[in-house]
Design a protein around this ligand. Structure first.
Ligand code: 6PG
Length: 223
């Protein structure tokens, strides 16, 4: 596991996260003319996204994608799309694009649609989180699909799964590890001692982020 970059406050950590995402997007724009950040939802990252939205970037060259999604319409309070659209509203108003995962129908149909769209994206940076059970993305320890999600030979970019222990929604859409392996860099945001202890204990799906086949992962931590 890479060393943690430790911040004394969550505010300082969120500012650093926003700067790191902006730097990755600027690099993508400078080298390819366009850039993409894949973002996690949950309760942790919104302050970083809000700080990012106020940074001076050519937003029309940026696409925001998701690391994972809860299988709910985007008006639902649990929707990661909703979280991203709200916390980055200034960037979207300035022309940033969004690549949804949820599109209605069945979870398998939505996953197939997102899989095709996401295959066309070059992810400059993926912003990861971790649950207290050691999951990242929607790679839940108890999910029957876990081995396929972690298989670097999986041809799928986005898949659907039902995770018995996932909160608040069991039905999920998620990037596979094979998809994240093609990203340029990973940024993992960890807050609170309980998560730090879980991360450092090992033996959880999140360990799969740190394999040598994966892109460099920077871990930002604040208590
Ligand atoms: C989701 C996420 C997920 C998240 C962790 C941490 O939709 O649930 O994308 O992987 O990053 O569950 O969530 P918290 O930030 O709420 O602790």
């Amino acid at each position: 596991m890479p060393p943690l970059s430790v911040f004394s406050t969550r505010d300082a950590m969120m500012t650093a996260a926003a700067r790191a995402i902006a730097e990755a997007l600027r690099f993508g724009i400078a080298t390819r003319g366009a850039a993409c950040a894949a973002l996690s939802g949950g309760t942790t990252p919104a302050p970083a996204y809000r700080a990012l939205a106020h940074m001076p970037l050519p937003w029309k060259d940026v696409t925001f994608a998701l690391v994972d999604e809860r299988f709910v319409p985007n008006a639902d309070a649990a929707s990661n799309e909703r979280l991203v659209r709200e916390s980055l509203k200034e960037a979207f108003a300035a022309g940033a694009a969004f690549a949804p995962m949820f599109s209605g129908g069945t979870p398998a149909e939505a996953a197939a649609g997102a899989d095709a769209a996401y295959k066309a994206l070059q992810i400059d940076v993926a912003v990861m989180g971790m649950g207290n059970d050691g999951h990242t993305a929607s790679w839940f320890p108890g999910a029957p699909e876990l081995p396929a999600l972690l298989d670097l030979g999986n041809p799928r970019t986005v898949v659907a799964l039902t995770a018995p222990d996932a909160q608040p929604i069991n039905d999920r859409l998620t990037l596979t590890r094979a998809a994240l392996a093609r990203a340029d860099r990973l940024l993992l945001l960890i807050t609170g001692t309980e998560k730090r202890v879980r991360l450092e204990a090992g033996g959880a799906p999140i360990d799969a982020l740190f394999a040598p086949e994966m892109p460099p992962c920077e871990i930002l931590y604040a208590p």
